[in-house]
Design a protein around this ligand. Sequence first.
Ligand SMILES: O=C(O)CCC(=O)C(=O)O
Ligand SMILES: [Fe+2]
Length: 361
Amino acid sequence: MSAKKRTIDAFFGVPKAKSNVDEIVKKARTSTTDAIVGGEANEDKVFGSFDIIQYSQHPNYPFPIAHLPDPLSNELPSLPSSIGRSMTDQPDLDLLYFEPYFPRSSAKQLFEFLRSSLPFYRVEYDINRGGISTHIRTPRWTTVFGLDETSRFASSNDSNDIATNDIVDVKTGRKVVGDRFYDKYPPRPIPQCLDALRQSCEAATGCKFNFCLVNYYAGGADSISYHSDDERFLGPLPAIASFSLGARRDFYMKHKPPPKANQTPSSAVAAEQGDAKPLKLPLGSGDMILMRGTTQANWLHSIPKRSGKNAEDGGRINITFRRAMVKAGTENYYNYNVGTGPVYRWDTVNREMRKWDKPLP
Ligand SMILES: O=C(O)CCC(=O)C(=O)O
Ligand SMILES: [Fe+2]
């Protein structure tokens, strides 16, 4: 096993200690990834030297989340590894396609690292349409981190009456208390491993992001149906950066039925006449697609299910960075991507998501 591989393997676990944010934890270097069972280092397999691993910690995380392994962090300054290709050849479409953003080998490592380091959820909820209630089971694993533009997580620079984990109003600098939008789903800061990627993405696109949504498609049966990310809380003309890691999956896009607000009269006519052709982008590991401008207002996108020989693909992670402008956005994202059900964590031995039971104090 190469030194580089061993360093990444050493991240497949969590520390037993749980206290301050970004606590430095000494973790035994183990001989193989499998030596770490269910997130606990198996200390029987220690053979000597120690890696210093840092973790992002927060009371609203179900467990500490490892920082990005050094070999991946060291690559960030050289990203994106290709120039973004602009795709604006269809009515209302404005895409910037990095093919890839991450070199394929590091994309695979990032996929493995994130799958085993992040908490995931299988969210269920009810929708009510026309008086009929339907129970929805989200057909993929999800998780989310971030806080809308009106607030921020406290820092050590804040005044003494503000605790490290409080949420602070951006305008007044005062602690946000008893806000109905934050009470049901306590927001979580973007952990270092995803925040490093956010920063790279902001530098590459010139956009600002405060939310990170993660989807894990375990196989072909997992999917996302046609939708657009055009919620009002994202403001007009939202930019959404979308990373693909792991298995290749088709990303379908089609123009919304005309006419709609934000369409120019000529583009509405063009769409009606069938000038806007559906797109199929076979997103590969490491690719990033930025959807911006009038795209969300006018186009729908989806990842359809795959069956037959394409169903077992080893899994795919999608990361989107977005910018929510108001508190309602925060509540919406936690409601649909974390919810109130159990938390799951990837089991590196059994190679499946397992319910995560909070260790006893
Ligand atoms: O997995 C993908 O590429 C798309 C995900 C997506 O559209 C979303 O989370 O809104
Ligand atoms: Fe989307």
